[in-house]
Ligand binder design. Structure first.
Ligand SMILES: Cc1cc2nc3c(=O)[nH]c(=O)nc-3n(C[C@H](O)[C@H](O)[C@H](O)COP(=O)(O)O)c2cc1C
Length: 264
């Protein structure tokens, strides 16, 4: 089949998912519609047709699709529309995130044709997968895009796409909340307001950035990487303990994985 329009929807707090999904999308079609759902939902339903393509990408949070992303993705409605799934994890494990992403898009009448799992720098434990995605990851993303394009070419009718069997369990892991929140070093912070503006859940006040609203905070790590003064960080005894554990068990680099639907 010939694809008319490509749409890309992604959640990406620390921009690793964004980098990977843009690489994939550009390798499929140089021009595409981009929906960044990290801070805001789209605000209206986006209807895609049978000969369009949706590429959907999320980071893995506690082995799941982040709840905010799952909710925001619901506005994308397909009509037996092909979809490419992308999950990005911090080198620990992706558990049920990929199968959950597949269920979410199938529920809205998309037909996944391929799925890629990539590794991005861990947004809480920065020394884990520090330089990911690296050049090799991006080359693999291009190869994945090309292989996905070949599948699209093979499709005559979208009802010939078989549902993919992906790793992950039902029921999914229960949602987990990471119990550590970023804090501000008030000696360095100049209250520029960038963290407050870019926080996906408005958990930081512009006037008192040294207070993080722990009920809202996702521990997504965006405020840390975008702070021009490096004033935000995860810290504390529990954090140091967990970091050590991650360094011991999850430092060995994993490789991206790819899955493709069969077309009958
Ligand atoms: C709250 C939270 C939970 C996470 N859970 C996992 C996880 O279960 N497994 C894993 O390998 N990485 C996990 N990560 C790391 C992210 O999946 C990884 O850093 C990803 O590259 C972040 O994507 P982004 O840069 O697009 O935000 C978690 C990160 C956060 C903030």
């Amino acid at each position: 089949m010939k694809i008319k329009n490509v749409s890309v929807a992604y959640f990406s707090a620390t921009y690793t998912t964004q980098k990977i999904v843009r690489q994939i999308a550009q390798s499929i079609k140089p021009s595409f519609a981009e929906y960044d759902i990290t801070r805001k939902s789209v605000g209206e339903n986006i209807y895609l047709d049978t000969n369009d393509l949706l590429i959907v990408a999320v980071p893995v949070y506690a082995g799941r699709v982040p709840l905010k992303a799952a909710k925001a993705l619901d506005c994308f409605k397909g009509n037996d529309t092909p979809a490419i799934l992308v999950a990005v994890y911090g080198n620990r494990a992706y558990e049920d995130a990929l199968v959950e992403l597949k269920d979410l898009v199938e529920h809205n009448f998309f037909k996944p044709i391929s799925a890629g799992v990539f590794i991005g720098r861990h947004s809480i434990f920065h020394p884990i997968a520090m330089n990911r995605p690296n050049g090799e990851d991006l080359e693999l993303a291009t190869a994945f895009a090309k292989e996905s394009s070949l599948i699209l070419e093979k499709i005559k009718k979208t009802d010939s796409i078989a549902s993919m069997d992906l790793p992950g369990d039902h029921p999914y892991k229960p949602y987990g909340q990471f119990p550590i929140y970023p804090t501000t070093n008030s000696d360095i912070c100049n209250k520029c307001g960038k963290c407050s503006l870019l926080c996906p859940v408005k958990a930081i006040s512009k006037t008192t950035p040294d207070h993080t609203d722990q009920v809202r905070c996702l521990s997504c790590g965006r405020c840390i990487i975008i702070c021009p003064k490096d004033a935000r960080s995860f810290s504390g005894e529990l954090y140091d303990e967990k970091l050590e554990y991650f360094l011991e068990y999850f430092a060995k680099p994993n490789k991206p994985e790819f899955f493709y639907a069969t077309v009958e």
